[in-house]
Design a protein around this ligand. Structure first.
Ligand SMILES: [Fe+2]
Length: 510
């Protein structure tokens, strides 16, 4: 048996052809009505299956042409369509002389069943086929036109629906863009937690109307902490949306939006549909900002309190050390004064300056383990006594390492007698292994010791002290630190007896 398939869709054609071939049918194919008619005139086939919507000549026209052709009119004609699904389409198809009107898609077994039944029926009713009713030419044309017009109407209708749908989507999109732009603006305002709330509220109320459809006829207001922030054109209307500004769950303010009532003949105004969502978003951003700002303020407050306690502890420690060594009283405070001045002049960062100040204030803490008789011994120290003095760096480290300072205080203290050439103590570290903080304290320590009176020698004076540290520059002391130290004394008139506000607790008189 040979089946003719007229189908313009390649995939549908392939499926149908494969199904029929596998079921023992041979097939001839065409992709439109005109091509089908041409081939049908050359090939003898037992059955025709045709799509309806095809280019050049549709299925209705093909069926009509076949039924008008004596050679083709007796071949059973089946419509297999996905596009024409109405009852009227089927009636029209059958009126053209078609045998079956099958809606796509069909299960293969069902389709084959229909095909086989048609062929069988056709065989049995062959004699009746001749008498099958043929529609008159005018009737056919009228029916065919009606089908096409209806199809066109359907198409126009679905196109209109598509346009409406797209327009709606576009409108929705623009609404979202307006809202998002507004929310983005508000979020940007709240990036820095140090911005005053009043300034933020003033900018937010001005911007909020831009997030809705009719910004010119929309007014907004924020009430927070008994203060009112509003747009210049603000007025209350019946159209109102509002959202509470909550901080940690408690209402602390409100953001309101009003819209002018729509006047007849005026296209603008009267809509706050999207306003509720917008001010909801804005109030959330503001709430988060206030919560963050307050948390930060609490943190800052507790940091300052901890810092104050730490300063007091450091000063107390400094006092305890010097209480056992009355001849060097005030030494650590004066070293801290000079070391901090050097660090600031060198441009070290805030943390380094703070670390130097703290470490300098207690750099000799390890001396609490050394007998006062050795510390205040007039005259030269014996080698053993000197070795005992040297232990104060390591002892200082051991005491301080157990305390969690915000800076590496223990390390700086342990290095304050190290020298660039490795001749220092306790570890004999060299240049690159000594921290800059310890290098600064080393110079300040040496300067202060030389300009002050000691039990074993009188004060050397600033000039001699400067000469000494210049001699040691690059060998014992960091040249950069030495230069800054000299600059402070020579050009900036540095004096050890200046009081420093950052040191809260007084040590014994210097
Ligand atoms: Fe020391």
């Amino acid at each position: 048996m040979k089946v003719f398939i007229a189908e313009d869709n390649i995939d549908s054609m392939y499926l149908l052809k494969t199904l029929l071939n596998k079921s023992g049918y041979r097939t001839v194919t065409a992709q439109n009505g005109a091509e089908a008619l041409k081939k049908l005139k050359k090939n003898k086939v037992d059955l025709i299956i045709s799509d309806i919507l095809m280019p050049k000549m549709d299925g209705f026209q093909l069926c009509r042409a076949c039924k008008k052709d004596d050679r083709l009119s007796k071949i059973p004609f089946l419509f297999y369509t996905a596009t024409y699904r109405r009852k009227q389409d089927e009636e029209f198809a059958l009126s053209l002389g078609a045998d079956k009107f099958i809606i796509k898609p069909q299960e293969p077994e069902i389709l084959l069943g229909i095909l086989n039944d048609t062929l069988r029926d056709y065989k049995e009713m062959k004699s009746e086929v001749d008498s099958k009713q043929q529609v008159k030419e005018e009737r056919y044309l009228a029916g065919h036109n009606r089908r096409i017009i209806r199809k066109l109407e359907d198409k126009v209708k679905s196109l209109n629906e598509e346009i409406t749908r797209r327009k709606k989507t576009e409108d929705e999109l623009y609404k979202r863009i307006r809202e998002l732009n507004c929310l983005y603006f508000v979020a940007n305002l709240t990036i820095k937690p140090d911005k005053p709330l009043g300034k933020i509220f003033r900018e937010v109320v001005k911007r909020v109307p831009s997030g809705v459809y009719y910004p010119e006829t929309t007014y907004s207001r924020i009430i927070f902490d008994k203060k009112v922030y509003k747009t210049d054109n603000f007025k209350k209307t019946e159209l109102k949306e509002y959202e509470d500004i909550k901080v940690e769950g408690n209402k602390e303010g409100v953001i309101e939006m009003y819209a002018a009532k729509k006047k007849s003949g005026v296209s603008k105004g009267g809509s706050l549909k999207e306003g509720k969502k917008l001010i909801n978003g804005v109030s959330k951003i503001i709430s988060v900002y206030i919560e963050r700002k307050r948390a930060l303020e609490k943190l800052k407050d507790s940091y300052h309190r901890i810092k104050l306690i730490l300063d007091c502890v450091i000063s107390a420690m400094s006092y305890i050390v010097e209480a056992g060594d009355p001849y060097t009283s005030g030494h650590q405070k004066k070293v801290a004064l000079l070391a901090t001045a050097i660090a600031e002049e060198m441009g070290l960062n805030e943390n380094q300056v703070e670390a130097i100040n703290m470490a300098a204030l207690i750099h000799d803490i390890g001396k609490i383990r050394i007998p006062a008789s050795i510390l205040s011994k007039p005259g030269k120290l014996s080698e053993i006594e000197f070795k005992m003095i040297e232990t104060h760096c390591q002892v200082g480290y051991d005491i301080l390492e157990k305390i969690e300072f915000p800076y590496p205080i223990a390390k700086i203290v342990s290095q304050h007698h190290e020298k660039l050439n490795g001749s220092g103590y306790p570890k004999g570290l060299k240049n690159k292994d000594i921290s800059i903080e310890a290098k600064v304290i080393a110079v300040a320590d040496a300067m202060e010791a030389m300009v002050s009176h000691r039990p074993y020698r009188p004060a050397l004076g600033v000039d001699k002290a400067i000469k000494e540290i210049m001699n040691g520059s690059g060998k014992f002391y960091d040249p950069g630190v030495v230069n800054v130290c000299i600059k402070l004394f020579r050009k900036k008139n540095f004096k050890f007896n200046k009081e420093k506000e950052s040191i809260p607790l007084q040590t014994t008189g210097s």
